[in-house]
Design a protein. Structure first.
Length: 98
């Protein structure tokens, strides 16, 4: 039954969902990009998740990412989500939006 709840959005949790669409736990700016940590609870742990965004030619572009890393504490998941976002910016820059 819990599978069906997850599949169809049942269960009504106030925490972030698997899409990482909840309010960011932390945001930082790096090289003109805004990195938002949006970890969510999965199987009793926090999944690494975030959004990298930047305005390009007057249009706000976003790149959402989810990683396999999971942590018992929210703070650890937030820290790693920010580090992964910084890594994406450093490695790909605006190419991640293409």
């Amino acid at each position: 039954m819990s599978f069906l709840k997850k599949l169809f959005g049942g269960g009504g949790s106030s925490e972030a969902t698997e899409t990482g669409s909840a309010k960011p736990a932390k945001q930082v700016e790096h090289k003109g990009f805004l990195i938002s940590a949006t970890p969510y609870k999965a199987d009793g742990q926090y999944q690494t998740c975030g959004v990298v965004s930047k305005e390009v030619d007057g249009v706000m572009k976003e790149h959402r990412f989810i990683r396999a890393d999971r942590f018992a504490g929210l703070d650890d998941a937030v820290d790693i989500s920010i580090k992964k976002g910084i890594q994406l910016v450093d490695e790909q820059g605006e190419r991640m939006f293409g």
